[in-house]
Design a protein around this ligand. Sequence first.
Ligand SMILES: NC(=O)c1ccc[n+]([C@@H]2O[C@H](COP(=O)([O-])OP(=O)(O)OC[C@H]3O[C@@H](n4cnc5c(N)ncnc54)[C@H](OP(=O)(O)O)[C@@H]3O)[C@@H](O)[C@H]2O)c1
Length: 325
Amino acid sequence: MRVFVAGASGAIGTRLVPQLIERGHEVIGTFRSPGNADRVRALGAKPVALDVLDAHAVRSAVLDTRPDAIVHQATALANTRVLRNLDRAFAPTNRLRTEGTDALLAAAREAGVRRFVAQSFASYRYAREGGPVKTEDDPLDPAPPAVARQTNAAMRYLDETVTGAGGIALRYGGFYAASDDGLAGPVRKRQFPVVGHGDGVSSFIHLDDAAAATVLALEHGGAGIYNIVDDEPAPMREWLPVLAQALGAKPPRHVPLWLGRLIAGGAMTMMAESRGASNAKAKRELGWTLRYPTWRQGFVAAYAPGARSAGREPRPARRAGHSPT
Ligand SMILES: NC(=O)c1ccc[n+]([C@@H]2O[C@H](COP(=O)([O-])OP(=O)(O)OC[C@H]3O[C@@H](n4cnc5c(N)ncnc54)[C@H](OP(=O)(O)O)[C@@H]3O)[C@@H](O)[C@H]2O)c1
């Protein structure tokens, strides 16, 4: 297939492009920041400068390149921390998830593009009640904290618009293994504490595994939503000390929930009560196998001294065992 990857220069894009090429696909890779053309070219894709928020430019780029498939991985989360006002931090990304998705879908329709896959998110989105692990069919949080309402609405919009158009929304877990991982810095500096009893459950995914699932979804996934997360959704009190250790940091501090709320506001409530996600559907329907089935091994592979994979320049993936079924 000729695949148009919007956001090829990003955290997942740089892992995805080599895997697509390895599978025999031709890739057109878009970038936004001047200077990233060489990076995209070095990955093996044809670089195209594109602002996904410019609908005219999107239309031209798609009509010019005539892809068989589009993958929307454009986000703008660089330098984003878990901030008091999540919606403010995510505002540019929310536009990419709404207006950007609309522009790409309109262009896809006009150009007769058959397949469309877009980046969505799993953690902190499912209803904060009931069991700790949720499937794609479980309800989303009906009342996210005020600071995260626009962000949740943008992700819901993307999920509904993409699947409504016959495409696939991939609800990834928290990405790790990028050189600019938002979590690593604060954890190294002991600025990311276990809050309360550390009950909030998170789902993670190594970027290489996220890219492999994306290739499979593109090749033969049915329209709909897939959680792309690892096998071990886990409470903060379990994963945070393991991450700190992998990073060579001191163990995380513990703070009571009231203090966490004082520091991080409503976003902390969301983290403290969050549920994880199940990857059963993605494994069953995509034939996906994970190289890093849990963050326990993934964090070490990504961050331990001498680790080859991440926190450093992305390397081309050499995966076996993810051929189409
Ligand atoms: N699920 C998750 O947990 C999750 C999701 C996304 C990101 N992150 C993390 O957040 C960190 C930074 O993420 P990021 O989103 O800033 O960067 P990123 O993942 O490195 O890049 C996102 C991609 O979108 C492109 N882009 C940005 N604005 C665009 C626009 N208006 N039009 C077209 N393309 C545009 C970027 O292009 P240029 O690079 O050329 O500017 C880049 O190719 C990474 O560590 C990543 O792991 C986590």
